[in-house]
Design a protein around this ligand. Structure first.
Ligand SMILES: [Zn+2]
Length: 403
């Protein structure tokens, strides 16, 4: 693993030590990024070095912190060729421990917290992050406090409790949960593991881009479609592309995938800001969507996500719950992948972008190579699915069914 050179504020650029626990920049509350001395391993850390390594995100140890991993086998998920669309692949993050891509961030953040001697962590969660943090905290022997909206999908709450986390349900959305964590953390002695309020969740998430590089033999796709609530997937992958450029894996100023952030129409602050060409988002009021993980009314890393969308010539797009429902069903029936509503939003977005031809929207051609991320397993949303009458055309074969 690489020794961390320093932590760097993404707003003012000030550097901080990684030897002590850090949350956000004390000057401007900017997100802190982990920086390594990549020039020292340029030429020696090559893609060929990865052959035969363990099938987890820790195979990229040269670009991860030099800490003892708390691992449950996260990462190195399959990249499945779409059966419906030529040139499209689905990165199935639902196969991670705890059933979502949140395992990556939780593994890295909990590992880092443990190495810094932290015993108690707290996190607000709109869904899957809570379960992931609870599982890794359990594996690390740490105390986890999880704050979730009172209408969070049942499986998300139950799994946290089963992992032994202290769960508090909060009236409101994830921003309200974050406020409670913030109010209580000092008194309770909790380390705040909120999205982008500590530097290491990004480090775990960024490995998705290293995997894409490896699984596509260095031929990155034209576009990556990623469901974005907090936006850490997009932020992490872009950081990884920066690192790959520094490592000499990608040509300097070469073509990178267009990053496309998908939001739910019922909570689309990033898409609204993108449309209005703003550099940060306004709080989204009255957020509502079946894709619980996308219900983030004011993402903390908004300025980073919007900058990446711009620099990658990407886009933000919103899809309705109805389009998400159709996508869940169609992915399950057409591809054999039972996706979380958040994940299926990728398919809904792809369908729109492939059709669209306005000058302001990036048009995805029929032959463009595109990676759609399924961020989590549909199995955690059975109550939502049933409420939504999914599958829409259920066949009931009488009292004695074909089971
Ligand atoms: Zn700063």
């Amino acid at each position: 693993m690489s020794k961390i050179a320093y932590l760097e504020c993404t707003k003012c650029g000030e550097r901080f030590s990684a030897e002590t626990p850090q949350n956000v920049c004390p000057n401007d509350a900017g997100v802190l990024f982990v920086r390594y001395d990549l020039s020292s391993i340029r030429g020696t850390f090559t893609p060929e070095k990865l052959a035969g390594r363990e099938a987890s995100l820790w195979r990229y140890r040269e670009v991860l912190p030099d800490i003892a991993p708390v691992s449950l086998g996260e990462g190195f998920t399959p990249l499945v060729a779409s059966r419906e669309f030529h040139g499209v692949s689905i990165k199935d993050e639902g196969l991670n421990p705890t059933g979502s891509f949140k395992a990556r961030g939780a593994a890295a953040a909990v590992s880092a917290a443990r190495s810094l001697g932290i015993k108690k962590i707290a996190v607000p969660s709109a869904g899957n992050a809570g379960g992931a943090v609870s599982a890794y905290a359990a594996a690390a022997g740490m105390e986890a406090h999880v704050f979730m909206p009172s209408d969070v999908p049942r499986a998300n709450r139950i799994e946290c409790e089963v992992y032994g986390a202290r769960v508090t349900l909060v009236q409101g959305n994830i921003s309200d949960c974050a406020r409670v964590v913030n109010e209580r953390k000092h008194k309770e002695g909790w380390f705040d593991l909120s999205t982008l309020k500590e530097p290491y969740r990004v480090e775990g998430k960024k490995t998705m881009a290293y995997e894409l590089y490896e699984q596509l033999q260095g031929e990155l796709p034209e576009a990556v479609i990623f469901p974005s609530g907090g936006g850490v997937g997009v932020i992490g992958m872009w950081k990884a592309f920066d690192e790959m450029e520094e490592l000499g894996w990608l040509p300097e100023n070469g073509r990178r995938p267009r990053m496309i952030a998908v939001q739910a129409a019922g909570c689309a602050p990033i898409q609204k800001a993108w449309k209005e060409r703003k550099a940060s988002v306004e709080m989204w009021n009255e957020s509502s969507t079946i894709a619980a993980g996308l219900r983030v009314p004011k993402p903390y890393g908004d300025y980073l996500v919007l900058d990446i969308l711009r620099r990658s010539q990407g886009a933000a797009i919103a899809v309705t719950d109805e389009e998400i429902r159709d996508a869940v069903r169609d992915w399950a029936r057409g591809e054999g992948i039972f996706a979380a509503p958040e994940g299926a939003a990728s398919l809904a977005a792809y369908r729109k972008l492939r059709r669209k031809s306005g000058p302001a929207e990036p048009v995805l051609g029929e032959n463009d190579r595109v990676v759609l991320f399924n961020t989590g397993s549909g199995l955690k949303y059975l109550d939502t699915m049933e409420e939504q009458k999914l599958p829409a055309d259920r066949h009931i074969g009488g009292l004695i069914g074909p089971y």
